[in-house]
Design a protein around this ligand. Structure first.
Ligand code: ZN
Length: 337
């Protein structure tokens, strides 16, 4: 991989978009010089581990001309030539988030990655899939389920678990529920989920959405002077956001439930990355879904878009609770981005 240092004198794409300053270029060069390449290789291998089907650069259409999800514009990130306008580590993170497709986590747990901002997880139940998280919109959720069906054959969804009250994890709920032949699907959510989802996305919604446009660079085109990544993915899809109030809130701090023949252990992690959040342990697989509390990127304690400032102590305590509860038995941990 090479870093293209041009000292801030590269070509001007258009008059509204400036080149990186000399200082920024030097800082990017310094970052490049300090890269631990064995770590980069380990992260690349980890991001590809368990891949069953490579989805390439997904393009998902809805009812309108504009696609609801399109990673095709990010092909430039596969280049080994890092432009001086981009921090090299950010470039690599953007590249890691292009590992899309169907991934095997354990023998009975799979994930679809790269079909939206977040991932969709599938646990094999006795009669169908137990789905963890539903992506941001109906269209991408349907596409993710179709992708799984193309590989495994058509298996109905038997239950849904939503890890937390952020839109990128519940917005596709109706795409999941309506797509299944099973009409009595229980949806498990953390305590206070409905209130938290409405408070953040409806009451504070307009202001947060407006600031989110700046925070996520929504209007920027994907290129060397535009959008590279949002750290945990490429941003939310622009399809139909849905919601369901027909949910079962998990109110106990820790509780075991048998869902479609699979024992699940729920541990609340309230007021951490989201006001309503929970972890799910699958003892038969020795595997822990840590929700969005341990992302493979920088933490998100204070978001510029105006989401609630997170409680760092509650967050750290929740991670410690998970370690205390399952640290000695788990063999894998997976996240939702
Ligand atoms: Zn998320």
């Amino acid at each position: 991989m090479n870093y293209n240092y041009e000292g801030g004198h590269g070509k001007i794409v258009n008059s509204m978009r400036k080149n990186a300053s000399h200082e920024t270029s030097l800082m990017n060069q310094e970052t490049y010089d300090g890269i631990n390449w064995s770590k980069v290789e380990a992260e690349n291998n980890l991001a590809k581990a368990g891949m069953l089907v490579d989805a390439g650069l997904p393009y998902i259409k809805g009812d309108t001309l504009i696609p609801v999800w399109n990673l095709k514009g990010y092909e430039f990130l596969f280049s080994n030539y890092i432009p001086y306008t981009v921090n090299p580590k950010f470039w690599m993170q953007g590249n890691l988030n292009l590992n899309t497709g169907l991934f095997k986590v354990t023998d009975n747990i799979y994930q679809v990655r790269g079909f939206d901002f977040a991932n969709m997880t599938f646990i094999k139940g006795n009669t169908g899939w137990i789905v963890i998280d539903c992506l941001s919109s109906k269209e991408t959720a349907e596409a993710a389920i179709k992708f799984v069906n193309d590989y495994f054959g058509i298996i109905p969804v038997s239950a849904v678990v939503i890890t937390h009250s952020h839109e990128d994890h519940y917005g596709g709920i109706l795409g999941v529920l309506e797509h299944s032949t099973n009409k009595n699907i229980s949806v498990y959510v953390p305590k206070n989920f409905i209130n938290a989802a409405l408070e953040e996305n409806v009451n504070a919604g307009v202001a947060m959405a407006r600031r989110g446009i700046y925070m996520y660079g929504v209007e920027l085109p994907p290129d060397e002077k535009g959008k590279i990544d949002n750290g945990i993915g490429k941003g939310t899809s622009v399809g139909t956001v849905t919601f369901s109030q027909d949910v079962i809130e998990i109110n106990e701090q820790y509780v075991k439930k048998v869902v479609d023949g699979v024992e699940l252990e729920f541990l609340l992690a309230l007021d951490t990355e989201a006001p309503a959040e929970m972890f799910i342990y699958i003892p038969s697989e020795h595997s822990l879904c840590i929700a969005e509390d341990c992302n493979a990127t920088v933490h998100n304690l204070y978001t510029l878009r105006g989401a609630k400032v997170r409680d760092a102590v509650a967050w750290a305590n929740s991670i410690q609770n998970a370690i205390n509860q399952w640290g000695k038995t788990l063999t894998s941990v997976f996240g939702v981005h």
